[in-house]
Ligand binder design. Structure first.
Ligand SMILES: Nc1ncnc2c1ncn2[C@@H]1O[C@H](COP(=O)(O)OP(=O)(O)OP(=O)(O)O)[C@@H](O)[C@H]1O
Length: 211
């Protein structure tokens, strides 16, 4: 389902990052652990096709990301991959609901207002559909990010440090929410983090950045 081989990336000559191979089955939940600076965000960007690796390959659902043109990759990402970034990026001039409709539109899917309403309700944001992103609390923004990541029922959900800024109670809740939402759409869930609190929650773990 998600498979990488010999992935490496370099921001500058001589400063290459190499990653262990990852193999995550359909519906499986995996944790990628690594210290600050070990390359977690870089790896997540490679998995999501936001950066092209210097070497190696990312295969998602049998498709090699390197085989796609830039336009096809954008479409593929919109339909198959939901990404929860470390910091949420919403279009601030649009409502929460319209941000989700935009995610559907960009994936080539006709905006489905009933699905958007339903999803926001499931995530406890039913009353926030008409709010602007900047009117949401940190926790609400995070749930809105999760909603946007799963609106197109992606095959794979990638989350970058979703809990590192949260206290223990909210950390547990967000992990539960991510796992529940991934199960609801039978998606593979991959979380990159340095948050040791998640170690007990997801048994499937890969550590990066170790010599
Ligand atoms: N845009 C960039 N240009 C140059 N170097 C970068 C860039 N982004 C990251 N790096 C370097 O690449 C390495 C990996 O960075 P990355 O952000 O992937 O690590 P991380 O494990 O996600 O870190 P953190 O947990 O602190 O967010 C670091 O040494 C970082 O300084």
């Amino acid at each position: 389902m998600l498979k990488t081989t010999n992935l490496s990336y370099a921001y500058a000559p001589g400063q290459g990052l190499s990653f262990p191979d990852i193999h995550c089955q359909k519906g499986e939940h995996c944790l990628i652990l690594g210290q600050s600076g070990s390359g977690k965000t870089t790896l997540l960007h490679l998995l999501g096709g936001l950066r092209a690796p210097q070497a190696g390959e990312v295969m998602i659902n049998g498709t090699a990301l390197s085989s796609l043109s830039s336009a096809a990759l954008d479409r593929f990402r919109g339909q198959q991959i939901g990404i929860i970034f470390q910091t949420a990026h919403f279009v601030q001039s649009l409502t929460v609901s319209d941000n989700l409709a935009l995610a559907q539109h960009l994936a080539g899917v006709r905006p489905d207002r009933a699905r958007i309403r339903n999803l926001l309700e499931r995530l406890g944001l039913g009353h926030k559909g008409s709010a602007r992103p900047q009117q949401l609390s940190v926790g609400e923004k995070q749930r809105a990010s999760i909603a946007r990541a799963i609106i197109n029922q992606p095959a794979i959900i990638l989350a970058d440090e979703p809990t590192s800024a949260l206290d223990d109670r909210n950390c547990g809740q967000v992990l539960e929410l991510l796992e529940e939402q991934a199960r609801a759409v039978d998606a593979t869930l991959l979380i990159v983090t340095h948050d040791a609190r998640l170690k007990g929650g997801i048994p499937n773990q890969i550590t990066i950045g170790q010599p």
